[in-house]
Ligand binder design. Structure first.
Ligand SMILES: [Zn+2]
Length: 134
C-alpha cells in the first residue's frame, strides 16, 4: 500500500472537528490502516496528556487524529475500509450529522455530502466544482 492509498484509508481515523494539534504523529511507517490505528493507540497510551495529534504521512500533514476519533474508528475496526468514516459519523456522531447540499452554479445539478471538505468538493460532470448551498 503506498502513501496515497494509506492517506485515503486513514481519513476514517481522522477527527474532522478537531482543531489543529500541536503534537504530531508520523504514520509513514504504517503498512496498513490497522497498523496505523495501532500506532495511534500506542501513541495515546504513551502520551496521557495529549488528546489530539496532527498526522504526518510522508512529510505531509493529512489531518488530526484525536482520542475520540480513534475510539470511534475502533468501534468498527473489523470492517474498516473506504466509507467507514462516513457511516460512523451517522451512527456515533449523530448530533453533528447534517446533510449538506451542493449545487452546480451552471446547471443546477445537486449532490449531497454529510461533511464539508473544501479539498474534495463534489463535481458536476460538465462544469466542475459545485458550490455549497447555504
Ligand atoms: Zn453543471
Amino acid at each position: 500500500m503506498d502513501h496515497d492509498e494509506l492517506a485515503f484509508e486513514l481519513t476514517g481515523l481522522l477527527d474532522r472537528w478537531a482543531p489543529t494539534a500541536a503534537e504530531t504523529i508520523d504514520l509513514s511507517g504504517a503498512a496498513s490502516y490497522d497498523a496505523a490505528q495501532l500506532d495511534v493507540d500506542y501513541y495515546f497510551r504513551e502520551h496521557p496528556g495529549v488528546d489530539a495529534a496532527t498526522v504526518i504521512l510522508a512529510g505531509v500533514s493529512i489531518g488530526v487524529v484525536s482520542r475520540r476519533s480513534l475510539a470511534r474508528s475502533q468501534g468498527t475496526a473489523a470492517d474498516s475500509n473506504v466509507g467507514t468514516g462516513e457511516r460512523l459519523e451517522l451512527t456515533v456522531d449523530s448530533t453533528q450529522y447534517r446533510l449538506l447540499v451542493f449545487v452546480c452554479p451552471d446547471c443546477g445539478t445537486q449532490d449531497h455530502r454529510i461533511f464539508y471538505d473544501p479539498r474534495d468538493l463534489p463535481r458536476c460532470a460538465g462544469h466542475g466544482e459545485m458550490a455549497l448551498r447555504r
